[in-house]
Design a protein around this ligand. Structure first.
Ligand code: ZN
Length: 331
């Protein structure tokens, strides 16, 4: 039995990614008290996923009193108010649909939906090194690069709910710059996401195999099997070709983050996502790159860029913050 002192201190939260659906019972302090993890299986359709998420919500809240509502963080693109998807690349077949009415009916709770990166930014305004901030940006560097923005205390959603596509700002203009999946040449995602780091490393190894021996060796002798993780490992072991690629990635990340600082003047940028685990051992170089490409005022003060401390729970906790703000305030 999960007991809380007040009847309004708990919320249900959901997180829908391309692979997993998570549901959790969360308190106002961001503590996850109960959790259920299932597979997304987007090919079964959004109605099926909504039914399974509802079951997970029932499971995590069954022993709890005073659950104020349910907020769901999801991969996008999505228009958060109606919760309607707009050609989501990892939730194939969900375009133009929303699970909000099904969730309301099946859980009996009021439901709010938000974009995962925006909710991650919201979470970071409540917990972590920039707690209390009114101006914060969350950047995820992973399979893709995306972001969420809180400005003047408000989640920035844009005219169609799709603000925060920070992966598509330009970081390179030279002929070797890569394009991302949607085709913009030289963008942040095209030149620093996990899969694109792999592409850069494969190309570099193909161009200069004599100096890429560790890189190729770590890939079992197969250039085609080189990925971002192997590129970072090879650089760490002194492979000059891999080192050159990782330096270029760090420069690209520095350019991207410096642009975000210039546009939004946030208290800080919090960075998360799988690639950041690899970048952490070279974090000083990332900060130096932001300083190099940032506005002069960042040369005389600290660079306000940190790695998330909330880990993979950041969007789920952001959903709980959204739910409390919508449904949990006494008035
Ligand atoms: Zn792009």
């Amino acid at each position: 039995m999960i007991k809380k002192d007040s009847a309004s201190e708990l919320t249900a939260a959901g997180d829908i990614g391309g692979t997993q659906i998570r549901a959790a019972l969360v308190d106002r302090d961001g503590n996850i008290l109960n959790e259920s993890v299932g597979q997304t299986l987007p090919e079964r359709g959004i109605e099926d996923a909504a039914a399974r998420l509802s079951d997970q919500v029932h499971e995590v809240t069954s022993d709890a009193d005073g659950v104020v509502g349910l907020a769901v963080s999801t991969a996008g693109p999505i228009n958060p108010e109606p919760g309607t998807y707009d050609h989501p690349p990892n939730l194939t077949g969900w375009h133009g649909k929303t699970m909000k009415p099904d969730l309301e009916r099946l859980t009996g709770l009021p439901v709010a939906i938000g974009h995962d990166a925006t909710l991650a930014a919201l979470a970071e305004t409540r917990f972590g090194p920039f707690k209390g901030s009114q101006n914060l940006v969350y950047v995820t560097i992973s399979t893709g690069i995306g972001g969420g923005i809180v400005a003047n205390g408000q989640m920035v959603t844009g005219s169609t709910g799709q603000a925060g596509e920070l992966g598509h700002i330009t970081v390179r203009t030279d002929a070797d710059a890569l394009s991302c999946g949607v085709g913009c040449h030289g963008c942040f995602e095209g030149n620093a996401s996990g899969p694109n780091i792999g592409r850069m490393a494969r190309q570099a190894a193909t161009d200069d195999p004599a100096n890429a021996t560790k890189l190729v060796e770590l890939a079992g002798g197969q250039i085609d099997d080189i990925d971002a993780r192997i590129a970072f490992q090879a650089a760490e072991r002194g492979d000059p070709v891999a080192e050159q690629v990782i330096r270029q990635v760090i420069e690209n990340v520095g350019r991207g983050l410096a642009s975000i600082l210039a546009v939004l003047d946030p208290d800080g940028i919090i960075v998360g996502g799988g690639v950041v685990h690899s970048l952490q051992s070279r974090w000083d170089e990332v900060i130096d790159a932001v300083r190099t490409y940032g506005l002069p005022r960042y040369r005389t003060r600290g660079i306000p860029v940190s790695v998330t401390e909330l880990g993979d729970d950041v969007s789920l906790i952001g959903a709980s913050v959204l739910s409390f703000s919508r449904f949990g305030d006494p008035s």
